[in-house]
Design a protein around this ligand. Structure first.
Ligand code: OAD
Length: 252
């Protein structure tokens, strides 16, 4: 059972909670100017096909196209700033060290920029580059391709073995970073309260964390101006945006 809730009720639950987990998605950064994926008009997947841009096979088929799309997203995200919701989460962590575990599907780095600590980034960071393949061991590579020796180009390539750099994000069909996922699952199992902020709940295993929290006995609150696939897992719904609801819930 869930219901559209009053902020005061959720503030009360927050005060009672010893351990809090927060799961964020693209809606968390919408008010910073970062487009979401699945919003009907403005979402990235309304304009682009994920299987052509966000899979390893798409990159192997057309590395320049995929690299350029990520380059345009990097350029767009370079100058965005944390919004009032990111800042409220960071302030709460500073006031209550060790009490709030932040888990994000976002790759924009805005939680870290706001000052949040220990953020579990389930889908990587768009500003990181990683090698597509293990080093082929060509002469000069000595078993490890060095980013510092990547040749300019789109994408940059290893001068010795031709290995390509790719963005350090998790693509469809790929495993999530094991340590971050394990820590997120632990936080979901042991929290007393989970806030689920700005996610459609369409992508697993991240979405499963809300169900894990509920099964573990936590209260679950969804913060989203629109219905989401995680509403059924929630005890309460806040039909509000991240930048308006989070300061209202988290600040003293
Ligand atoms: P989606 O685009 O699927 O969902 C964004 C959610 O944010 C929607 O439910 C919106 O209603 C909500 N929303 C929009 N504006 C908001 C606001 N100001 N405040 C709060 N909520 C708002 O994004 P994700 O759920 O994050 O994966 O998508 C999950 C994953 O799918 C992403 O991490 C990405 C994508 O493919 C990878 O990159 C691996």
């Amino acid at each position: 059972m869930n219901a559209i809730a009053d902020i005061a009720i959720v503030r009360g639950w927050l005060r009672e909670a010893r351990a809090i987990a927060v799961l964020t998605g693209a809606g968390m950064s919408a008010e910073s100017g970062v487009p979401t994926f699945r919003d009907a008009q403005t979402g990235l997947w309304a304009k682009f096909r994920p299987e052509e841009l966000a899979t390893e096979s798409a990159f192997r088929a057309n590395p320049t196209r995929v690299w350029d799309w990520y380059a345009s997203r990097r350029a767009m995200m370079k100058d965005v700033r944390p919004n009032a919701g990111h800042r409220a989460l960071a302030r709460f962590q500073q006031r209550h060290p060790g009490r709030l575990t932040l888990i994000t599907q976002n790759v924009d780095g805005l939680h870290q920029a706001a000052g949040s600590v220990g953020t579990l980034s389930l889908h990587g960071n768009i500003f990181d580059n990683v090698w597509l393949d293990p080093c082929a061991g060509a002469p000069g590579c000595s078993g490890v391709c060095e980013v510092s020796r990547a040749q300019p180009g789109r994408p940059p390539a290893c001068a010795d073995c031709g290995n390509l750099l790719r963005p350090g994000v998790v693509w469809f069909g790929e495993m999530l970073p094991a340590a971050a996922l394990a820590a997120a699952e632990d936080a979901a199992q042991t929290c007393d309260l989970m806030l689920v902020v700005g996610t459609s709940g369409a992508v697993w295993p991240a979405a499963g964390l809300a169900h894990t929290a509920r099964q573990g006995g936590a209260r679950v609150v969804v913060v989203n101006p629109e219905p989401s696939e995680l509403d059924d897992a929630a005890h309460a719904l806040l039909r509000a945006t991240a930048a308006s609801a989070l300061p209202a819930v988290l600040d003293d």
